[in-house]
Design a protein around this ligand. Structure first.
Ligand code: DP6
Length: 396
């Protein structure tokens, strides 16, 4: 039995200009364009292996070692599109093996705990699409493949690129121009870093898929957001990124997070993603920027209470003076920094502390379960790791 296998890794991305609202739910076409930063894969990534063989009996998916159903429309749409692209190749070149007709075995693993409540669907669908595209040796570029990943989960289309990425909403009814493009490659602004504050909150939030449709149908603010605010902000943010203007980028990012959560509150019944800890983090970021009299850090929140803080490497000590002081007891520091560096953050706080005028909440740590200290990163990567056994075609 001959088994063909291909593997890839794909990153998580966190939007700085939020996708919130669909104009077509079947094709996952958004009501506005969005922008994101792709995060480094050493901290957060999905690894996916895809295999096919004439002898496989049914399409099968294993997530983190456990078999999961493939019986949902979004995944089926992605598989169908990929098979259609492969079939077109086979029709052109009759010497190709008919992989498009064979069943698929897909195994996928995250290197971060799903319990952290971080959107893993973006990395998951991006990895699924890229692994199968590689298996099928498809000639399509990343923007073309992003249209397939988009059908799995809207935000997944942005995980096909590294660095700074835009999802252009497009105009066509069939979605043929709703795709991800690169705004700035990683190597042009590699100093961009991210600290994720994982907020302890066991409650299940309204899923983004249903939350955004409630906003589309019930919020008055939403109309202003998609008609006026976001189109202008989309151009301004792209410009700030290309110019590597951090203070501008940061202000636009924070304003857009606020605007998105305002439309959630304006939905009826209202949707709450931020909790008290999230709001304390917003105050803290505001206090830190005011303290330095310069915008050195930006917060952004997705459909949950976790905060993602963006900052430039040169300002790390300034930021961590405060973050480490308040969160030193929380998991996540020691895997990244040695004792000496951690002491430097403490010393930086001691130096700053006399001049601090804003309120520092010594109990912030109680609402935060861990910090993930990471940075901007590249797009999907080839890998020598493989989750499927070449002989049996089953997970290793
Ligand atoms: C708040 O991409 O998860 O994170 O397309 O329904 O799968 P579906 O939604 P999803 O929504 C992400 C919403 C967000 C903002 C963003 O990532 O742009």
């Amino acid at each position: 039995m001959s088994v063909h296998i291909a593997s890839t890794t794909a990153p998580v991305n966190i939007a700085t200009l939020k996708y919130w609202g669909k104009r077509d739910t079947a094709l996952n076409l958004p009501t506005n364009s969005s922008i994101s930063v792709t995060l480094a894969q050493e901290d957060l990534r999905t690894l996916t292996s895809a295999a096919t063989s004439a002898s496989f009996e049914r399409d099968t998916l294993w997530l983190n070692g456990k078999e999961e159903s493939l019986d949902n429309k979004r995944t089926q749409d992605c598989l169908q599109d990929l098979r259609d692209l492969r079939r077109a190749l086979e029709e052109q070149d009759k010497s190709l093996e008919p992989l498009s007709q064979w069943k698929l075995h897909i195994a996928s693993e995250n290197n971060f705990p799903t319990a952290a409540g971080l959107a893993s669907s973006a990395a998951g669908f991006a990895a699924l699409v890229v692994a199968i595209a590689k298996l099928y040796q498809l000639p399509q570029d990343m923007s073309a493949l992003s249209k397939v990943a988009r059908k799995g989960s809207g935000s997944a289309c942005r995980s096909l690129f590294g660095g700074f990425v835009a999802w252009e909403m497009g105009e066509q009814a069939d979605g043929s121009d709703s795709q991800a493009v690169q705004v700035l490659p990683l190597d042009k602004w590699p100093e961009m870093k991210a600290a994720i504050l994982v907020v302890s909150d066991a409650k299940k939030d309204t899923s983004s898929t249903s939350g955004m449709q409630r906003t589309v149908h019930t919020s008055d603010l939403f109309k202003e957001r998609v008609d006026t605010v976001v189109p202008r902000r989309f151009n301004e943010m792209k410009e700030a990124i290309v110019q590597r203007d951090f203070p501008r980028f940061a202000e636009l990012t924070m304003r857009d997070s606020n605007s998105f959560h305002a439309t959630c509150l304006d939905s009826y019944p209202p949707i709450f993603y931020l909790n008290d800890t999230s709001r304390k983090i917003i105050r803290l970021v505001d206090g830190i920027n005011a303290f330095y009299n310069e915008t050195i850090v930006a917060y952004t929140f997705d459909a949950g209470p976790n905060a993602v803080l963006y900052y430039e490497e040169k300002n790390e000590q300034k930021l961590f003076a405060f973050l480490y002081h308040l969160l030193s007891g929380v998991d996540g520091w020691k895997s990244k920094y040695g004792d000496e560096q951690l002491k430097a953050f403490s010393d930086a706080f001691s130096e700053a502390s006399e001049k601090v005028e804003f309120y520092l909440d010594d109990e912030l740590y109680k609402g935060i379960s861990r910090v993930i200290l990471t940075r901007a990163g590249p797009g999907p990567q080839d890998t020598t790791e493989c989750l499927i056994d070449e002989t049996s075609g089953l997970p290793k």
